[in-house]
Design a protein around this ligand. Structure first.
Ligand code: GGG
Length: 358
């Protein structure tokens, strides 16, 4: 079966890490005899520079026609330093998620034992942690109406949810919980926010259809604290767009680094697979970026996008093997890492390929 994969490298370290994600796809195709074809497209700052548009029509058309999308990152220092700029790289990412109906963002906290000491959290607290986050991706303040007063001194972003938006992601999260440890924690701020009260009420209703799942509700501030204090208590975590964005960056520290977390965005059409990290312009072009989040995103593409479970596992095992041998990129190295085992982006990518090929 032929599968067309659209690669959107994006900005900053995006192109460096997706090079290795794509190389892994090619190695898997070779090893298992799959017919993968590739196309490439622009998004973010890279697209603004060429077309003036962070999501050119051509990119969206290619995305709609593809079987899966491998994405890198968007962002550029220029925009961070100038909040008055109206056309911004992130608009491309938000628009493609909306246009493709990718309302469910799955972010597994995959904790490799070898990295227990890379985290600033104590290893005995972390060991055994296995969390799957469901971040709602096409609602919330990200898409609510934005206003700025004429005198420019007042601004607002509308935090808005419709019941159907909560229902559809809740079903996906409960279905995942049924296949895991049958625990689901829904995170909101229902003591303060009306949109969170709708969220909680809706999740409570959907929970009745999944009586085997132990459902709990937690306020976002408490969840942020519990995640560090006792991460093992969580199985599936279901939350809104903004809360999920923040909470999963925090959770990346459980896995050792932002450079380790992959994600899959699914919903109404083509699956979209990307590392959770951004463009990291401070390390762009220096061969310092960790390619493992992109490589693990490819594993999610094979598993969730194509149902190729064995192929997906080969990638996880290869990453595990590389880490077991003691190799690290700078972000996951600790005081026990030998200096000649601290690798650059390219060397880490090559090593994973070598273990996949074995
Ligand atoms: N690969 C993730 C990425 O590029 N993140 C940058 C960003 O602006 N993300 C916004 C979001 O995830 O909502």
């Amino acid at each position: 079966m032929k599968r067309n994969i659209l690669v959107i490298p994006g900005d900053g370290i995006g192109p460096e890490v997706t090079t290795w994600g794509k190389a892994v796809l090619e190695e898997i195709a070779k090893g298992f005899g799959h017919d993968f074809s590739y196309d490439e497209a622009l998004m973010g700052h890279a697209a603004i520079e060429v077309t003036g548009n962070p999501l050119p029509d051509e990119t969206l058309e290619k995305a709609q026609k593809s079987d899966a999308i491998l994405f890198g990152a968007v962002g550029h220092a220029k925009y961070d330093n100038d909040p008055s700029l109206k056309v911004r790289p992130e608009q491309g990412l938000l628009k493609i998620r909306k246009e493709l109906g990718l309302y469910a963002n799955l972010r597994p906290i995959l904790l490799f034992d070898e990295l227990l000491n890379a985290s600033s959290i104590k290893a005995n607290i972390l060991k055994g942690t296995d969390i799957l986050f469901f971040r709602e991706l096409t609602g919330d303040v990200y898409f609510g109406e934005k206003t700025r007063s004429e005198d420019k001194n007042t601004a607002s972003d509308l935090m808005i949810y419709h019941r159907y938006e909560v229902e559809r992601i809740a079903h996906k999260a409960f279905e995942a919980a049924m296949k895991r440890r049958k625990k689901l924690c829904s995170v909101d701020k229902a003591n303060v926010l009306e949109s969170s009260r709708l969220w909680r009420e809706t999740v409570q209703n959907i929970a009745k259809q999944y009586p085997e799942v132990e459902t709990t509700h937690m306020f976002i501030d408490n969840a942020a604290m519990q995640l560090i204090k006792d991460p093992k208590q969580f199985d599936v975590v279901l939350t809104a767009n903004l809360f999920g964005d923040i909470l999963t960056d925090e959770a990346s520290q459980i896995a050792g680094s932002m450079g380790m977390l992959a994600s899959a965005s699914v919903g109404e059409s083509t699956g979209f697979f990307e590392p959770i990290h951004g463009s990291a312009h401070d390390i762009t072009g220096k061969n310092l970026a960790n390619p493992l989040a992109s490589i693990l995103s490819v594993s999610l593409m094979l598993e969730i996008g194509f149902g190729l479970l064995e192929e997906a596992k080969v990638i996880i095992d290869a990453v595990d093997q590389v880490l077991k041998e003691g190799y690290r990129t700078g972000d996951i190295a600790d005081e026990t890492t030998k200096s000649d085992q601290i690798l650059g982006t390219k060397e880490m990518g090559q090593l994973v390929l070598k273990y996949i090929a074995q």
